[in-house]
Unconditional design. Structure first.
Length: 203
C-alpha cells in the first residue's frame, strides 16, 4: 500500500500525503480530488519502500509542523525532502494518441468488402441471413477461430464468395490485438504491479 504525494497548483502549491493499494485505486482518488479542487492537482510520486499505513502516519507525524489541514502540507524544504525520496509517476503521460481509438479498425477486410459492395453489416446480414451482431464483432477484429465465432466467420466467408478468407480475418484480429495492447499498456493488465507502471512512464 505505497505512500503517494500529490500537489495542487504549481510548484509552490500544497502537498497531499496519502496511500493507495493499487494504481487503479490511486487514479480514482486523483480524479476525485481533482473534481473537488479549484486548482489543478497532479500526482508527483510514490514511495515503494513504504508499503503500509504506519509508514504514512510516520511521515505525517514528522511533517506535522507543516500541516495545513488533514493530509495537506505546505511545500517547505522539509516536506519537499520527503517528496524527493519518491519515485516519479505521471498518470497523465501519454494521453494524446496513446488514448485515441481513431484507426482502431482501419483495414478491416469485412468493412472494406461491405463498403465496396455498398452494404452495412446489418443489410448484408439481413440479405444472407447472418447474425448481424456477430458479423459486426468479426469486422472489429474479434478472433474468428474461437468456438463461438467460427461458425459465423465461415458463414460470412461463404456469403462473400471467398472474397474474404479465414486468413484475412485472423490476420486482422492480430492487428487489432496489437493496437489495443499498444493503447492500454502492460500495467492495465496487472494493476497491482507498481514497478511496471513506473518503468513504463519513465521510458
Amino acid at each position: 500500500m505505497p505512500v503517494y504525494f500529490m500537489q495542487a497548483g504549481d510548484d509552490t502549491g500544497p502537498i497531499k500525503v496519502g496511500h493507495a493499494k493499487t494504481p487503479t485505486i490511486l487514479k480514482g482518488r486523483l480524479a476525485t480530488i481533482r473534481t473537488g479542487n479549484h486548482l489543478p492537482v497532479r500526482l508527483i510520486g510514490v514511495r515503494l519502500d513504504l508499503p503500509d499505513m504506519k509508514a504514512e502516519a510516520g511521515i505525517k507525524r514528522r511533517l506535522a509542523a507543516h500541516c495545513i489541514r488533514s493530509e495537506w502540507f505546505m511545500p517547505t524544504p522539509e516536506v519537499m525532502a520527503e517528496v524527493s525520496k519518491a519515485t516519479p509517476v505521471d498518470f497523465d503521460a501519454g494521453k494524446g494518441p496513446r488514448r485515441s481509438w481513431k484507426g482502431r479498425y482501419d483495414g478491416s477486410p469485412i468493412k472494406e468488402f461491405l463498403k465496396s459492395n455498398r452494404h452495412t453489416c446489418r443489410t448484408f446480414a439481413r440479405l444472407f441471413k447472418l447474425d448481424a451482431p456477430r458479423l459486426l464483432q468479426l469486422s472489429q477484429g474479434r478472433n474468428p477461430q474461437t468456438e463461438w465465432m467460427l461458425p459465423h466467420a465461415e458463414q460470412f466467408i461463404d456469403a462473400s464468395g471467398g472474397a474474404v478468407t479465414m486468413g484475412d480475418l485472423v490476420a486482422f484480429a492480430r492487428i487489432v490485438q496489437e493496437r489495443e495492447a499498444a493503447w492500454r499498456g502492460p500495467y492495465r493488465h496487472s494493476p497491482s504491479h507498481w514497478t511496471t507502471i513506473i518503468a513504463e512512464r519513465a521510458a
